[in-house]
Write a protein that binds this ligand. Sequence first.
Ligand SMILES: NC(=O)c1ccc[n+]([C@@H]2O[C@H](COP(=O)([O-])OP(=O)(O)OC[C@H]3O[C@@H](n4cnc5c(N)ncnc54)[C@H](OP(=O)(O)O)[C@@H]3O)[C@@H](O)[C@H]2O)c1
Length: 246
Amino acid sequence: MSSKKVALITGANRGIGLETAKQLGEKGIIVILTARKQTVADEAAAGLSESGIEAYGIELDVRSDADRKAVADYIEKKFGKLDILINNAGVGPKGAGLFDVKNVETDQEEFDYVFGTNFYSVVFLTNELLPLLKKSEAGRIVNLSSILGSLGLHAQDDSPIAALKRLSYNASKTALNVFTNHLAAELADTKIKVNSAHPGWVQTELGGSEAPMEITDGAKTSVALALIGEEGPNGRFIHQGEELPW
Ligand SMILES: NC(=O)c1ccc[n+]([C@@H]2O[C@H](COP(=O)([O-])OP(=O)(O)OC[C@H]3O[C@@H](n4cnc5c(N)ncnc54)[C@H](OP(=O)(O)O)[C@@H]3O)[C@@H](O)[C@H]2O)c1
């Protein structure tokens, strides 16, 4: 079993995921970068290896059961445990920016795509990797949620997100937050901590060019939650150290 910490980051070929892998790697953690294609994952890992980070690439379409099982098998054989799981991969509706998407008239195809990636896949991948996380001395799971999934804030007419009603994306992140809450309760007797992260509104393909936050800062909440100690939060929804309402 590896004596160094091992982290797996989904959707790590670009955006917040790639930056999270970089920042964790710079702290001496072995990082496994996943992408939908092996060549893309290898390229992302090679980019970090050039600066001295121990990085590996592996193919993972989070919606594929076969890929999820292959990843668990790979980690079991290569490292024997997993210390950090960052469920980062996420999508808005196909062919639309986050702020152009439809609200309640969303069709089934869109729901399948958005929930399939942002919610079901996170549940299935996490379940697949839990036996490896339980072998860690202090397993950490970070679920990349969004403030747009905060039902508490949507219910307040004067909240900053009150006007941003985008059903498929928002509900997928609300559902993800339920998973965080329920998983934390289930793992209460273990050393694993699980939290939801809101990265901020970040300049990525998903966030768009008008977003105020640079990717470097957008990765900080994920990195901080990946590295929390025994006294750190568990089963919480966090943005830059502050708790958000569910
Ligand atoms: N940016 C923001 O302002 C913001 C705000 C709140 C929350 N978030 C959340 O933060 C996370 C990262 O977002 P981002 O802004 O970095 O987005 P991004 O730049 O669009 O990157 C998304 C990543 O997810 C991957 N991905 C999508 N579907 C996948 C699948 N089926 N299997 C595997 N990988 C898949 C993409 O891979 P491909 O390259 O193959 O498409 C890409 O690597 C998401 O969960 C998002 O909802 C972002």
